[in-house]
Design a binder for this molecule. Structure first.
Ligand SMILES: NC(=O)c1ccc[n+]([C@@H]2O[C@H](COP(=O)([O-])OP(=O)(O)OC[C@H]3O[C@@H](n4cnc5c(N)ncnc54)[C@H](O)[C@@H]3O)[C@@H](O)[C@H]2O)c1
Length: 331
């Protein structure tokens, strides 16, 4: 087999860099396109061709598709600050929908074999848990709406042009390489940063909201592997851990692991889904079981990495579009 070129957008980010590593292990030539808005050069694996640029740059996309003749596109670039997306609606739809559609257009035009898209559990909104792939999506925030719009567009592009796709809906992923400098996401990174800075851990509302925190190893190989499994063509998969943990329990675990006694402060509840977890039977059927790392040992691993890290300053979002009702600690 000659060299097979694949594009990984968001490959300097957390999940994208792990997916890129898996693809390199399988001998693909990986081109990473990332604008470094939320990613880091330190995450980019050796052996990839790194292009710093945006998925909003149609000219750049055109030239990359022309030059590399990608067989597969793994589209992970996005700004995934779900809670903040209410307040940066235009940015959210531009970056996460229009940016995605630029890639879908190029994939159709340049005859890409498969377009792999990381959607999110956010497409389900606050429906009946556990979410299965048959649950009707009803996203409750602009981030989830953007993800669902791209899912629908991929279905339409498949019907119209025969572009094959695989959609993954992961949730609450944590692991080495995640961003600890984003004040809006996600809770594991925010708590770790607060512990490193010796400041109180901020919990929205009573902290009884639950999430199934997912170690990166539970999802990265399935995402990379799907191109080898024909049955996963034009299918959608929930991906992630099964066990739910409350935010209060997560905070207690982190204080225990880090052997610290930071204060916990409960700030005003924000508009968010209380319990979000999904059923993973379909993914297990095609990719096997992958949820092997306990939350405690996964968090210890991330902590060992995080405490050695040179922390970058937090990046406050510059152009908040709507201030009305924004959580006070975000202003
Ligand atoms: N982390 C999670 O729990 C989770 C859960 C479900 C879905 N997802 C999805 O998985 C994907 C990766 O998430 P992550 O947690 O690794 O986030 P991340 O922020 O670490 O990675 C996203 C990357 O995309 C890049 N990016 C953003 N906008 C870009 C643009 N316009 N052009 C080029 N690059 C751009 C960022 O610089 C960053 O490196 C996202 O699509 C996210 O929506 C993440």
């Amino acid at each position: 087999m000659g060299t097979v070129n694949v594009l990984v957008t968001g490959g300097a980010g957390f999940i994208g860099s792990h997916v890129a590593k898996e693809l390199i292990k399988s001998n693909y030539q990986v081109v990473v396109l990332d604008d470094l808005s939320g990613g880091f050069k330190r995450n980019i694996p050796n052996k990839v061709i790194f292009i710093q640029g945006s998925i909003l740059d149609e000219g750049l996309i055109e030239s990359l598709f022309k030059e590399y003749n990608f067989q597969h596109v793994f589209h992970l670039a996005a700004y995934a600050a779900e809670g903040l997306s209410h307040f940066i609606r235009k940015f959210n739809y531009t970056n996460n929908v229009i940016g995605s559609i630029n890639l879908v257009n190029a994939a159709v035009k340049y005859n890409v074999e498969r377009f792999i898209f990381t959607s999110s559990i956010a497409v389900y909104g606050s429906g009946q848990v556990p979410f299965t792939e048959e649950t009707s999506p009803k996203p409750k925030d602009p981030y989830g709406i953007a993800k669902y719009a791209v899912e629908l567009d991929l279905e339409a592009a498949h019907l119209q042009f025969g572009l094959n796709y695989t959609i993954f809906r992961p949730h609450n992923v944590y692991g080495i390489g995640q961003n600890l400098s984003d004040p809006y996401r996600n809770v594991v990174g925010i708590f770790m940063r607060q512990i490193l800075n010796n400041t109180p851990l901020t919990i929205y509302g009573n902290g009884e909201q639950t999430r199934a925190f997912t170690h990166i190893s539970s999802i990265s190989s399935a995402i990379a592997q799907c191109i080898e499994i024909e049955a996963t063509e034009n299918e959608t998969y929930n991906l992630g851990a099964d066990k739910s943990t409350s935010i209060n329990e997560l905070a207690a675990m982190l204080l225990d692991i880090t052997n610290t006694k930071n204060e916990l402060i409960h700030v005003e509840a924000r508009n968010e889904v209380m319990n979000a977890f999904s059923n993973h039977e379909k993914a297990i059927q095609h990719f096997g079981k992958s949820d092997f790392v306990s939350l405690m040992s996964g968090l210890k691993e991330v902590w060992d990495w995080a405490k050695e890290l040179e922390l970058k300053p937090t990046n406050s979002f510059k152009n908040i579009e709507i201030q009305k009702g924004i959580p006070k600690n975000w202003i």
